[in-house]
Design a protein. Structure first.
Length: 287
C-alpha cells in the first residue's frame, strides 16, 4: 500500500494494483480520445441530423459514434469494468459487481459543436472501489480542435499536453476570473442570475463557455479562479474534478460537502476563492 495524496484531493491510500491500473487506464484513455477525437473532427461542420433530448440539450450522430468508439476500446481492454455513458447509460458488467466505473461524455459541449464553436471536448473519468469507498482514480479531458489534452491520475498531479499545471494562486475575489453554466431545468434560474450579478459587480469577470469538463480543467490550469454549475451529471464532472483537485483546487457541492460524481452541483476553485464564492452563494440563497 502506498499513500497517495493529491494536492487538492481528499487523502486516500492506494493499493499498488490501483497505481498500476491508473497508468494502464491513462494509456487506454489516450487511445480512446485519439480515435473519438477523429470521429468528432470528421463530423464537425458536416452533421446530417441533430436531435433534442428533453431537458438534456442536443445530441448528434457525432455524440453517438464517439461514445461507441470509446466503449468498444474500453470494454476491449477492461471487460470487467462498467461504463456510464451520456448517450447509452450504464453498461452491464460480466461479474455482477461494481468495482470500476468509467464515466464518459463523448462530446461535452454539443451545442457549441453543432454551432461550430470549437470549445468542446471528450471527458473520461474512472472511479474504483478502495476499502469500501468509491474513489476517482483517472481523469482525461481532450479538446480535439484546440489540441488540448488534460489528464490526471490520483496523487500524481495534473497535466496539460504532458506539462504540469496548477490552480491559480490569486486569493482576492476582486482579482478573480470565474466561469459558470446555467440550468433552466428547475426553478432556480432567478437565483442563478442573482449570483451572476454578485460576481459581475465584485470580481474581475465571468465567462460562460458551455462545456463543464473544460471549465473545470481551466480552473486546474489557473485560467479561471473558480467554476460552478448545477444540474450536472457524473460524465460532466468526474474527470474534470479529479484534474482540478490534482492541480490544487477544492471541489464541493453548493453546500460545501466534498464533491462526489453523483452530486448534481459542483463548485470548484482554489481554496481561498472557493471560500469567497461559497459565501456569496450562501448570501444569495438567504434572500
Amino acid at each position: 500500500m502506498t499513500p497517495i495524496l493529491g494536492p487538492g484531493a481528499p487523502p486516500v491510500v492506494l493499493p499498488r494494483e490501483a497505481i498500476e491500473l491508473a497508468q494502464t487506464a491513462l494509456k487506454a484513455s489516450f487511445r480512446a480520445c485519439d480515435e473519438a477525437g477523429a470521429v468528432l473532427k470528421k463530423h464537425y461542420g458536416r452533421l446530417k441530423s441533430v436531435d433534442e433530448k428533453f431537458q438534456a440539450g442536443l445530441v448528434s450522430e457525432a455524440d453517438r459514434e464517439s461514445e461507441d468508439t470509446i466503449k468498444r476500446l474500453i470494454h476491449g481492454q477492461f471487460p470487467d469494468h462498467q461504463i456510464l455513458g451520456e448517450e447509452t447509460g450504464l453498461s452491464a458488467d460480466s461479474g455482477g459487481t461494481w468495482k470500476a466505473l468509467w464515466m464518459i461524455d463523448p462530446l461535452d459541449g454539443t451545442t457549441n459543436y453543432v454551432h461550430r464553436v470549437p470549445f468542446f471536448c471528450i471527458s473520461m473519468g474512472l472511479e474504483i472501489e478502495i476499502h469500501g469507498r468509491r474513489e476517482l482514480l483517472v481523469g482525461v479531458v481532450d479538446a480535439p480542435l484546440m489540441n488540448w489534452r488534460y489528464h490526471a491520475a490520483r496523487g500524481q498531479g495534473a497535466f496539460l499536453n504532458s506539462s504540469p499545471i496548477e490552480a491559480s494562486r490569486r486569493t482576492e475575489f476582486r482579482e478573480g476570473l470565474f466561469a459558470t453554466g446555467f440550468s433552466n431545468s428547475d426553478n432556480t434560474l432567478d437565483q442563478q442570475m442573482e449570483l451572476l450579478l454578485e460576481v459581475i459587480r465584485k470580481a474581475r469577470g465571468i465567462r460562460r463557455l458551455g462545456a463543464a469538463a473544460l471549465d473545470l480543467c481551466m480552473v486546474a490550469e489557473g485560467v479561471f479562479d473558480g467554476f460552478w454549475e448545477r444540474n450536472l451529471q457524473p460524465w460532466d464532472t468526474a474527470a474534470g474534478v479529479l484534474i482540478a483537485r490534482e492541480a490544487g483546487a477544492v471541489a464541493t457541492d453548493f453546500s460545501g460537502r466534498p464533491f462526489v460524481p453523483t452530486y448534481k452541483s459542483v463548485l470548484c476553485a482554489p481554496p481561498a476563492q472557493h471560500e469567497h464564492v461559497l459565501q456569496h452563494m450562501k448570501r444569495v440563497s438567504r434572500r
